[in-house]
Structures are given as C-alpha cells and as structure tokens.
Write a protein that binds this ligand. Structure first.
Ligand code: GLP
Length: 241
C-alpha cells in the first residue's frame, strides 16, 4: 500500500521527509535508519543537520545502514557513498560513527560481504525506517531493471542508463564504477516503514510506473506495492503534474 504526500517543490519534499525521520527518532531514540544517497535526499539531510544543531533531535543513539556503495571504490574517494554520508550527515551531527554502516566498496569477496551486511541488518533487529530515492529507470538502491531481482545484499552490474545518469558526479563517464554492492529487495523489505522521495520531471515515468500498481522487475520500484507501509513523498513535477 503506497500512500502519497504531494509537495509543491524540492524544499517541501525535503522538509516533509525530515519530519518523518525526526518523528521516528523521537519515538525511538535508538532507531535503525536505512539511508540513501543521491541528490534527492541532500535537502532532507540539510534539514536534519539544522534540527540537530538547534537541539530538536539527537542522533546519539541512532544506528544507520546505507543501501548501497559503488564497487570497487574506496571509502575516502569523494564519489563514494561513505564519503557522501560523512559529508552530508555523519560529520555534522552528534552520531557515533561506529553506529553507521555502508557496504564495503573494496570487499575482496563480494558474496561474503553481502552475507555480512545482511547478517548485520538482522543483528540490528531490522530497519525501522528506510529512506529511498528512485532511479530514472525505476531502480531502488542499485537494484537495476532486469528479468529477475536479487533478494539480499549482493554485488550488481550497473546498467548503461544508470552509469550515464550518475556520470554527472564524476570527472568523466569512464570514471563511474561499473558495479555496486546493494541491499536487495528482501533487505529493503525488512524495513518496518519505507519512505520514497522523488523530485523533478526526470522521475515522473518511474513514479507513474510505481503508482500504476503492477509488479514489473523491469521497474524495481513497483515491488514496493507489496510492502505494507510505504509513503511516497513527491513534488508535483515527479508526479507528472
Ligand atoms: C543512485 C542511488 C539510488 C538513488 C538514485 C537516484 O543510483 N543508488 O539510491 O536513489 O541514484 O539518484 P538521484 O537522487 O541523484 O536522482
């Protein structure tokens, strides 16, 4: 069941998403947050940083698991998702970095890393609130469109369209890693609540596909229709209005 919160623009989407994350933190100070990267949640992280500085919320007991990481890529590379999270959130709030987790983009054995990450999520008691963006092709995390989808954390090949879309953050398209470690659909479904953020007309096709209600592995976000508690927070452009 997907509920939709309609926002006028990116700023409102960011604020509404931050409100839901903060509500979770207030109700359960040691909650497990599943976090996402990309330009979509940047504004939400800025709101969380502001409210932490203003003393409205505390990350002191919060634990986090990120969805994905490029492979291979070192955590100190400024395009890694570990670097992104440190820059946009972890270095700016009162979180204990030891309680933050991102898949290892340098794991020698990606199968073992997938198993380690999955066991980690389970040992934390699952995810209380998972934040998701959505790829232009409907991917969530790095679960790319295809004939089948993986259940648990795994290493995956990125599609040419994702490499192209994400190349805007790299010096050249050749610098974009061709693979990534990502939670699977089953890992994401371990979350008790999921919020999906979407902004801009580039996301309108993927959002429309997700809201159409049919399941299609060629648009992984459609699988979210099977989860019992999903909230889409989207601006009018992403809703095709
Ligand atoms: C990346 C990430 C996704 C993200 C998507 C959209 O590929 N793996 O988690 O949702 O891109 O990114 P953006 O928000 O920059 O459009």
């Amino acid at each position: 069941m997907i509920r939709t919160i309609v926002c006028s623009d990116y700023a409102e989407m960011s604020r509404r998403a931050a409100d839901i994350v903060e509500a979770e933190m207030l109700l359960k100070p040691d909650c497990v947050l599943g976090l996402a990267t990309g330009s979509t949640p940047e504004g939400m992280y800025a709101e969380l940083v502001k409210d932490n500085r203003d003393g409205k919320i505390s990350f002191a007991a919060v634990r986090t698991v990120n969805l994905d990481e490029y492979y291979p890529l070192a955590p100190d590379n400024d395009q890694s998702y570990r670097y992104f999270m440190n820059y946009h959130l972890f270095d700016k709030v009162d979180i204990d970095k030891a309680n933050t987790n991102v898949p290892d983009g340098l794991a020698a054995d990606t199968v073992a890393e997938g198993q380690r990450y999955e066991a980690l999520i389970d040992s934390m008691g699952g995810i209380d609130l998972q934040v998701l963006g959505i790829g232009r092709n409907g991917h969530i995390g790095f679960n790319e469109p295809g004939a089948s989808l993986d259940t648990y954390t795994h290493c995956t090949d990125l599609t040419p369209s994702t490499i192209e879309a994400n190349s805007r953050n790299f010096a050249s398209i050749d610098d974009v890693p061709k693979q990534a470690m990502t939670m699977g659909i089953g890992s994401i479904f371990k979350a008790r609540r999921i919020i999906v953020m979407a902004s801009g007309k580039e996301k309108a096709d993927a959002v429309a596909c997700m809201l159409a209600g049919e399941l299609d592995t060629n648009c992984p976000a459609t699988l979210l229709n099977l989860h019992r508690d999903v909230i889409l927070i989207a601006d009018r452009a992403a809703l095709g209005e």
